[in-house]
Design a protein around this ligand. Sequence first.
Ligand SMILES: Cc1ncc(C[n+]2csc(CCOP(=O)(O)OP(=O)(O)O)c2C)c(N)n1
Ligand SMILES: [Mg+2]
Length: 552
Amino acid sequence: MKRTGGQLIVEALKANGVKRISCVPGESFLAVLDALHDSDINVLVCRQEGGAAMMADAWGRLTGEPGICMVTRGPGATNASAGLHIARQDSIPMILFIGQVQRDAREREAFQEVEFRRALTEFAKWVGEIDDAARIPEFVTRAFAVATSGRPGPVVLTLPEDMLRDEVEAPEAKPYTPVAAHPGRGELADLQRRLAAAERPIVILGGTRWNEEAVAGIQRFAERFSLPVGCSFRRQMLFDHLHPSYAGDVGIGINPALAKEIKEADLLILLGGRLSEMPSSGYTLVDIPYPRQQLVHVYPDPSELGRVYRPDLAICASPADFVAALADLGAPSKARWAERTERMHAAYLTWSTTPEKSPGAVHMGRIMDWIEANTADDTIFTNGAGNYATWLHRFHRFRRFETQAAPASGSMGYGLPAAVAAKQLFPEREVICFAGDGCFMMHGQEFATAVQYGLPLIALVINNGMYGTIRMHQEREYPGRVSGTELRNPDFAALARAYGGHGETVTATEEFAPAFERARASSKPAIIEIALDPEAITPSRTLTEIAQTKGR
Ligand SMILES: Cc1ncc(C[n+]2csc(CCOP(=O)(O)OP(=O)(O)O)c2C)c(N)n1
Ligand SMILES: [Mg+2]
């Protein structure tokens, strides 16, 4: 039986278990859209390709299966590159399909033509073009395998428009085979010896290729060995923050007590992450290339092992496969480190207690206290980049896996599309997006997508009238010389209503709880604008105090 290229793409997606895709349509892939018309794949039509790609990233992040996004050539793909970059840096499985110029017009710089195999090489793990419709099953199944194996990441497949209309015979698509990466027996024995000899061990969790079972498994391991466990920047959902082994967040603005413990540790087990620039406090936490600590680095891709930090024991394994193998390690007879671990957890609890004072009528600390007391453990929190995110990362105590979608790559604008994706994936769970006034406006148009598909997320827009993070750095480096960081914003609550959602404005702390309850009760996508005093730039220091520190 002959099928069109468009039909073969949809069949290959279905064979690989795809239930949803995000897209902004283009005339370059009408044949795929037509095939989707007859399928049960959920198509989320978005407003800008950056947001659409970020939604696919969030699906990949929250499920471990590649998120799928479809966009058109030239401008569609360049918009989508914002999401590709996030998936690349954050090791998220994703497949971006790009409708491409017809084959017989290639290399003439035809309408919106870009040669993506050149342009997107650094943005993706693999960029392929399918120029023969009969090979669609082969390319698509391979794309799934590449996106999920080793260090996961995004794959790009370009689809020449005329190829999608060809009618061909092709083999039936089969699902990809996930590639496991287990530790060897000798490596586990080596790890056991190092643990037995350690005085001050610490574990830092990060990266992807985790699952619910692995998160439960690492918790059991930490309990058996009384080990302190930290979570890498924006990977906090990997460990229950109220567990007695939790030592805190290894990210921007790390608790100095935790940084000291890491520096003074004699055994550092880096599990799943790269300890890149943000979690390593700008590459200062651990010496490069030879750490003072004994380093055990567990990572699913050999090319990362020894790239920045030379490990004493390198284990090429995925976090999930590694944690499964840990069950066989015998625990020491007595928990030698229990007291130290307890001390570190106590330090975390103090560090994550909201401050007493805050300038202005809105105290974000009190708002965080309310959120902590009034949201369920399975609530999903999303955010982009900006100082506002500190309130979430430092004071929200993550309890469960699949409750966080935040770019370790520090990309603004991610929070809202991620919230749309999360709510679509888990309609029964509450989804709260944290955004700054700058951040929200980058992909705020996807609020229309939330309204279109009836996805009642709640977006908190923390409005300080500026690109606050940059203003903070500006005041520190060039005090009093405000340049390029001020913002004049729309009325966010009115904007929410104009979109068909629910809007609230909070100008004093006590207005937050009733506003949140009304947003919940509305059952509509909601924006709650929180008017924050620009002075409240960090939980501990005001803008003025930061301006006064130059040269000190
Ligand atoms: C896409 C993108 N553009 C620019 C930046 C640089 N940047 C980092 S934080 C920030 C300001 C964020 O402003 P806002 O969302 O209002 O949060 P605030 O810091 O004011 O709390 C900027 C411009 C970035 N990280 N990502
Ligand atoms: Mg701001």
